[in-house]
Design a protein around this ligand. Structure first.
Ligand SMILES: [Fe+2]
Length: 75
């Protein structure tokens, strides 16, 4: 990180790492929801769906940040 201090590459790297985490979480929550549905765990399904929506919102926010960074760089 020190090597890329004050570089757009650092922001790009951090954003891509954060999005990778969000995508992993989205896939895991999708699986957990399917399992909870199969087990008839309605309350767990509701909670997991809420969390999944939060993860998707975070991913969308990271997308906006990445797009803003690209637009800033090309302006
Ligand atoms: Fe997350």
């Amino acid at each position: 990180m020190e090597d890329f201090e004050d570089s757009p590459a650092l922001d790009a790297g951090l954003l891509s790492g954060a999005q990778a985490v969000e995508h992993y979480e989205i896939s895991r929550y999708g699986t957990l929801i399917a399992w909870a549905e199969q087990l008839g765990m309605k309350q767990a399904v509701q909670l997991l769906e809420q969390t999944l929506e939060e993860e998707k919102k975070t991913d969308a926010a990271l997308n906006k940040l990445a797009e803003a960074a690209i637009n800033r760089k090309t302006a």
